[in-house]
Ligand binder design. Structure first.
Ligand SMILES: C[S@@+](CC[C@H](N)C(=O)[O-])C[C@H]1O[C@@H](n2cnc3c(N)ncnc32)[C@H](O)[C@@H]1O
Length: 211
């Protein structure tokens, strides 16, 4: 309950939605009307909405029904099309999800107990030649750096930033694991928001990875 309220608040801040939009800009726009993007651990859907604006048909998946409902409320407000949200557990899927041109996960890895297995499962949903995009705060996301961003745009809605800096406190255990797991793949890394957000984009070969 508290999680969905706090995340809905964070999702309405300019800062939070802007860096997700910027991150989506690293993914080519959809080429075909049927191109799919799956956002796993979508929360209230900030990244799903940004993905939709790149022309994809988007499915936001989250195992918490309250997050799914919060995402649906945002979507109703903004009258978005080609986007749906469903309850779905990455570790215990209750229905089949087809492979997608793009799979995304934002701030998902820090809440996962088994991050290696999470990365494997996320990558499994990427179609051959498709892309996995992972968005995470990095070691520089701590109160001092986040406060510098806040004072550039000191609005009540942006207070979510302070929360983010406090929650993360410079701890981002997933970054090295992402690099380690995909070391043999086509992995690109970008940094956003004064260096506190890392974006990883892995392109899947035509040949499936074995491990
Ligand atoms: C920290 S929140 C991030 C939400 C959103 N992606 C964002 O960037 O704000 C992590 C989300 O992952 C979801 N989640 C955690 N474990 C999951 C699992 N096994 N399958 C699907 N979603 C999961 C949680 O319910 C939560 O909404």
């Amino acid at each position: 309950m508290i999680g969905s309220i706090l995340f809905s608040w964070l999702h309405s801040s300019d800062f939070y939605s802007n860096f997700h939009k910027e991150a989506c800009g690293f993914i080519p726009e959809a080429e075909n009307i049927n191109d799919m993007w799956i956002d796993i651990g979508c929360g209230p859907g900030v990244l799903s909405r940004a993905a939709q604006s790149r022309g994809y048909n988007v499915i936001g998946l989250d195992y918490d029904q309250r997050m799914v409902s919060a995402a649906k409320n945002f979507t109703l407000d903004k009258k978005q099309q080609n986007i749906e949200y469903k309850q779905f557990d990455l570790f215990n899927p209750t229905f089949n999800v087809s492979k997608a041109n793009v799979v995304s996960a934002s701030s998902l890895l820090p809440v996962m107990k088994n991050r290696k297995e999470s990365l494997r499962l996320l990558f499994e949903y990427v179609a051959d030649g498709g892309k996995l995009i992972i968005i995470e705060t990095n070691y520089d996301c701590y109160f001092k750096n986040v406060f510098k961003l806040f004072i550039k745009n000191p609005k009540i809605s942006e207070l979510g930033l302070i929360l983010l800096g406090w929650v993360r406190r410079g701890r981002s255990p997933s970054i090295e694991e992402v690099k380690g797991y995909f070391k043999n793949d086509d992995l690109k890394q970008f940094t956003l928001s004064n260096g506190i957000i890392d974006i990883f984009i892995v392109t899947k070969d035509k040949i499936e990875k074995e491990n």
